[in-house]
Design a protein around this ligand. Structure first.
Ligand code: AMP
Length: 401
C-alpha cells in the first residue's frame, strides 16, 4: 500500500513525500481510511508506530478541504514534550496546507501562545492545564472545534488529568469527530472511550503491551555499591553510540548526571524538576548528538520520539512491567535494532519478578568482567503471551567481557 491510495489533497501528498514517508506504517494504513470517513476511532498501538501522522494526516486533509478558520481541531497530549513533538510533525505535514498550529503547554511563554491563537491557528495541540488557564481567561474558544484527538489516553489518566479532560470535553461541541490513542487499553481508557466517543471503530496494532522483538534485553546483576562503576564501564563500550539511562527519582537522575559528567561523559539530564527551557535544551543536545547520554526519569519514557537511540539502560528498574516496556521502547524505533540493559541488585528482585512474569520469560543474564555478579533470580515466570524473547535467548553470554 502507498499513501497515494488515500484520497488526500495533492499538497498533503507532497508533504508526506517530503517527510520521507514512502509507505504507511500499519497504524496509518488502518487508521487513515477510517478517519477520512469521519468515524470515531479508538486505536491502541505500540509507541513509535507512526501514530502521530496517523491522526494528523486525516485531520489536515479535513481542515484544508473545509478552509477552516479559527480553532477547529484539538489534540490533547499528556506531556509538553509529546505536544512539542506533535507540533513538529504538524509543521512538516501541514507545510503546503496553509494551516497553522498553536502548541499550548505550561512552562512556556503564554504571550507567544496567545499570539499564535490570534494569528489564526486552526489546530490547537495542548496539555490540559494550560488550555484550561487560557479558557478561563477567555483567550480561547472551543466552540468551532470539529476534530478532537485524545493522545496517550492511558498516560493522561496516570498523570491525573481526568478532571481536566472532562472539563475540556464538556466545552467542545457534541457534533465532532473524536479519535483516541492509547498504548494500553485498561478500564480507564475504556471509560474515556465510552464517555467521549460515539460508536468508535477499534483498531489494535501489534501485540498488547509486549516490547518490539527487535529489542535485545539483558540483565546485569550487580551489587548496589558497584552500580555507578558498572554504568561507566557499559557506557564506555564502543557499541553504545547513544543511550538513555533511566533512574527511579529526580534526585538520582541529577546525581548520576553529575557523576557521568565528572567522568567526562557528555550527558544531558531530563526530569520533572527541570524548567521547560532546560528540558528542551537537554532533548536538543541529545537528539543532535552533542550529548551521547541522556539521564531521565519516567517523564521522558513515554511518547518521546528520539531516533537512533542504540541503548536504553535501566540504572534502576521500574516497579512495573508497563513502565519497563515503555522505557525500553525508546530504542529500536521504527523497527530498528536496539539494546535494553538493566542493572539489577538483589534488592530489586521483586520488581524483576514482576517484569519477567509480565513478559512471560526469564531475561538473559550477563556479567561485566571485574564485577561481582550476585544472584538475582526471581520466581519462575509464567508464560502469558508470546514476546520477542526467542531471538535473544540464543545469544552468547558476557558480551561485555
Ligand atoms: P510516532 O509513533 O508518531 O511517535 O512516530 C514515530 C516516528 O516515525 C516519527 O519519527 C515519525 O516521523 C516516523 N514516521 C511516521 N510515519 C512514518 C512512515 N510512514 N514512514 C517512515 N517513518 C514514519
Amino acid at each position: 500500500m502507498s499513501f497515494t491510495s488515500f484520497s488526500l489533497f495533492p499538497e498533503l501528498q507532497r508533504s508526506i513525500r517530503d517527510c520521507g514517508y514512502h509507505k504507511p506504517t500499519p497504524v496509518q494504513s488502518e487508521t487513515i481510511p477510517v478517519a477520512l470517513e469521519g468515524r470515531d476511532l479508538v486505536v491502541s498501538a505500540e509507541t513509535g508506530s507512526g501514530k502521530t501522522a496517523a491522526f494528523l494526516i486525516p485531520l489536515i486533509d479535513r481542515l484544508h478541504r473545509k478552509r477552516a478558520k479559527g480553532p477547529s481541531a484539538l489534540v490533547i497530549a499528556p506531556t509538553r514534550e509529546l505536544a512539542a513533538q506533535c507540533g513538529q510533525e504538524f509543521t512538516r505535514l501541514a507545510r503546503h496546507s496553509g494551516l497553522r498550529a498553536a502548541v499550548i503547554v505550561g512552562g512556556e511563554s503564554m504571550r507567544r501562545q496567545i499570539d499564535d491563537l490570534r494569528a489564526g491557528a486552526q489546530v490547537l495541540i495542548v496539555c490540559p492545564g494550560r488550555l484550561i488557564d487560557l479558557m478561563e481567561q477567555g483567550k480561547v474558544s472551543l466552540q468551532q472545534v470539529e476534530v478532537v484527538v485524545i493522545d496517550e489516553a492511558d498516560r493522561l489518566l496516570d498523570m491525573g488529568f481526568l478532571p481536566q479532560l472532562r472539563r475540556v470535553m464538556r466545552t467542545v461541541p457534541k457534533e465532532r469527530h473524536t479519535m483516541m490513542f492509547s498504548a494500553t487499553m485498561g478500564s480507564g481508557p475504556e471509560a474515556i472511550a465510552r464517555d467521549f466517543l460515539h460508536r468508535p471503530e477499534r483498531i489494535m496494532i501489534g501485540r498488547k503491551a509486549a516490547p518490539p522483538p527487535s529489542i535485545s534485553q539483558t540483565i546485569y546483576p550487580v551489587q548496589w555499591s558497584d552500580k555507578e562503576a558498572m554504568l561507566l564501564e557499559i557506557l564506555g563500550k564502543p557499541e553504545v553510540q547513544s543511550a538513555i539511562v533511566f533512574t527511579r527519582t529526580r534526585v538520582r537522575a541529577e546525581h548520576i548526571g553529575r557523576m557521568l559528567k565528572r567522568h567526562g561523559v557528555r550527558t544531558a539530564v531530563i526530569h520533572g524538576d527541570r524548567s521547560q527551557a532546560e528540558r528542551n535544551t537537554a532533548l536538543k543536545t541529545f537528539k543532535q548528538g552533542t550529548c551521547r547520554v541522556m539521564v531521565a526519569t519516567d517523564v521522558a519514557a513515554r511518547g518521546l520520539d528520539i531516533p537512533n537511540v542504540s541503548h536504553v539502560v535501566n540504572y534502576d528498574l521500574p516497579d512495573d512491567a508497563e513502565s519497563y516496556i515503555h522505557r525500553i521502547g525508546r530504542t529500536a524505533r521504527m523497527g530498528r535494532e536496539g539494546e535494553a540493559i538493566s542493572l539489577v541488585t538483589p534488592q530489586e528482585r521483586a520488581s524483576l519478578g514482576q517484569i519477567e512474569r509480565a513478559l512471560g520469560e526469564e531475561l538473559k543474564r550477563e556479567m561485566v568482567e571485574g564485577f561481582e555478579s550476585p544472584e538475582v533470580r526471581a520466581p519462575k515466570p509464567v508464560k502469558l503471551f508470546s514476546s520477542g524473547g526467542a531471538r535473544s535467548r540464543g545469544r552468547s553470554r558476557s558480551r561485555w567481557v
